[in-house]
Write a protein that binds this ligand. Structure first.
Ligand code: ATP
Ligand code: MG
Length: 465
């Protein structure tokens, strides 16, 4: 049964872990899909933002003019290739802020609500000649390419769009040595646009918040349900175990008197026995004793199961010393099977306390009987009585002791510690439960200290008021 529960718990936990793994995988996928959809959406809205805006066209024209002038200078031998567009930054900085303002306005008009940055980069300029192409500018990687215009941001984390290649046929006049000249050439420009969205992670997470919250909620719910199911299962198992133990113990306890009774009645039926009044008398006494024992057992189960709220106390003022002495004397008289040495150590004088004598006696007897039951060989019991702010009665034995683990449960109903298995002592596991209930009904407390193999000490604390 225990193994089954362990397997069940392990399987449930593994199942839950697998389920969380799948859930995490699905959420991660959703995250990626949402991210792609979001980037795609942004891409679409900024794809052609520069169409039909005259001012943006004129900015591009300014850049175009600069490029054309440099090509002319190059053709005239006034500019070397390495210097091509090397001082471009000045021109860009002069027009860039207006350009940024323009495209930000366009994004807003298109309903892009999150902050998008945009940048155009130049990859290459090639002069197309009928004989051979002449590469004036060329950068193979996106990091090396020239930041033409737009926001400045880390290009590595940016998204590329609009890879465009334009070929322009140009004819320009210029003056050289006082003479008007015309130059004619064709060139090809390759540019690429990039965009970057600040805080896109938050935006994607915001879009996923519904599914995230729901997942976490369901996960927590399953976790709590699992926890309670397992806890319930363990409690049920404990109760079932306790009940089985109790039934076993009870059967065990009932067997001896019943067997004796059967034997005694059989004897009384015999004719030769009937002629011997002495044996008949003895047998009847045995029957009476066993009857009493059976009655006691049933009473024990009935009474000892009472909870402290159900105990009706009939308190009276008693002299502590006299009362405890009477209980101990009666107890010593009732114990004949084992040799008992009882030490009394009282540090109270003429003190009185209000208690229910009948119930308190049962409580003390339960502890004293345990001291005898759970001691091997000769029994030594120390009974200490003193009063601080309350009345303290300690009963100490030098018996088999209780393990630390079991100590916490000795006051539980039907609980019998592991030491009863080793030492085979009979009992129902009700004595200390009932004792505790009686002490509680008196608004007192009971505590236990014990060392395995050394002994046990129970202390009752009963308040004076
Ligand atoms: P009964 O209901 O007949 O008293 P019981 O003695 O088994 O049965 P409790 O008196 O409630 O039940 O004690 C609970 C358990 O605590 C015992 O089964 C025993 O294992 C342990 N125990 C109690 N007193 C002592 C003691 N003085 N020394 C060692 N173990 C003890
Ligand atoms: Mg007992």
């Amino acid at each position: 049964m225990k193994r089954k529960i362990n397997i069940l718990i392990t399987a449930s936990i593994l199942g839950l872990m697998a389920l969380s793994g799948i859930q995490a995988y699905l959420i991660n996928n959703t995250y990626k899909l949402e991210k792609d959809a979001f980037i795609e959406e942004t891409k679409r809205s900024i794809f052609r933002f520069d169409d039909n805006i005259a001012e943006i066209d004129s900015i591009y024209e300014t850049i175009g003019d600069l490029v054309i002038n440099q090509i002319i200078d190059y053709k005239r031998g006034l500019l070397q290739k390495p210097a091509f567009l090397s001082d471009f930054a000045k021109t860009r900085d002069a027009i860039n802020s207006r350009y940024i303002e323009l495209y930000q306005n366009t994004f807003k008009e298109q309903g892009v609500s999150h902050p998008v940055k945009f940048q155009k980069r130049l990859k290459s300029i090639v002069l197309l000649d009928s004989v051979a192409n002449d590469t004036l500018f060329f950068k193979s990687t996106k990091e090396q390419s020239l930041h033409l215009i737009g926001d400045n941001f880390d290009i590595n984390s940016a998204y590329g769009i609009n890879n465009s290649q334009t070929t322009t046929d140009t004819e320009r006049d210029y003056v050289e040595d006082g003479l008007q000249k015309t130059i004619n050439f064709e060139f090809q420009v390759v540019t690429q646009d990039y965009f970057n969205i600040d805080g896109w992670e938050q935006e994607v997470l915001r879009r996923m918040s519904g599914i995230l919250v729901l997942s976490i909620f369901i996960f927590a719910l399953v976790l709590v349900l699992l926890y309670y199911s397992i806890k319930n299962l363990i409690t049920q198992k404990k109760i079932a175990d306790i009940k089985t133990d109790f039934v076993n113990n009870m059967t065990h306890e009932l067997k001896t008197p019943l067997a004796t009774l059967t034997l005694a009645t059989k004897m009384l039926k015999k004719d030769d026995i009937k002629q011997q009044p002495q044996i008949v008398d003895n047998t009847i006494q045995t029957i009476e004793r066993q009857n009493k024992r059976l009655q006691q057992l049933i009473d024990q189960v009935l009474n000892n199961s009472l909870g402290y709220q159900e105990i009706q106390l009939n308190k009276e003022l008693v002299d502590i010393e006299a009362y405890v002495n009477t209980v101990l004397d009666d107890f010593m008289l009732s114990q004949k099977s084992k040799a008992i040495r009882l030490n009394r150590n009282f540090s109270i004088q003429n003190q009185k306390v209000k208690l229910d004598k009948f119930y308190m006696t049962t409580a003390l007897l339960n502890i004293l009987e345990n001291a005898v039951k759970y001691s091997d060989g000769d029994v030594i019991i120390d009974c200490m009585v003193n009063s601080t702010s309350a009345l303290n009665i300690s009963i100490k034995d030098y018996g088999i002791g209780i393990s630390n683990k079991d100590k916490k449960q000795v006051f539980d109903k039907f609980f019998r510690a592991g030491n009863t298995e080793v030492h085979d002592v009979k009992g129902l596991g009700l004595g200390l439960y009932y004792t505790n209930q009686i002490v509680k009904a008196h608004h007192g407390q009971i505590s236990v200290e014990s060392k395995e193999g050394k002994g046990t000490i129970f202390t009752l604390t009963i308040p004076f008021h």
